[in-house]
Ligand binder design. Sequence first.
Ligand code: PCA
Length: 212
Amino acid sequence: MKNILLTGFEPFGGDALNPSEEIARQLNGITIARHRVEGALLPCVFGAAIKELKHQIKLHEPALVICLGLAGGRAEITPERVAINVDDARIADNAGQQPIDRPVVKDGPAAYFSTLPIKAIVQELRAKEIPAAVSQTAGTFVCNHVFYGLMHELALHQKRVRGGFIHVPYLPEQTADKPSLPYDKMIEGITLAIETAVEYRRDVKAAGGQSS
Ligand code: PCA
């Protein structure tokens, strides 16, 4: 059976938990669309996160890589369209680093597009009434850093492996006033996103933008 690598992040910025970590742990070891999910945890640390990601890719030799992260404040599950070659941290990472206007990869391309079927994922999630939208930016913190590191690694060394990044909202218990999504909806949504990524080798042409 082929593997899918599904990564989540440890908590950061003073949060007690990170839904992306919980999802990667919960789906670890299960079979989705004839693939075995290998869940892994990445540190919320510039540099070390990409190092661990590359280690996990070597270990599991996945056919597909999906990295998850928390985007506090967003109301939808958001497949990211593009990773940019910029680290520009608004807060320190979990090792106290705060890079400003630094490339992820020196002399690397300005950006990489996700090779996940991002519109198909949004379409399938919406059909099941799970809030979803394509996001045009993964920010410039550790999530974009890992997304760029992933796509750079795949472009250079694993051309047949597809990959991308999906941000998830807060869990209801994490916030009183910001949008959130219940845990079971997140699990259902990411399971469906994985299925869709396996089934759709090519993306669909459909509207998938954010509602707000
Ligand atoms: N979210 C942060 C980093 C880790 C995470 O889960 C981000 O969006 O960059």
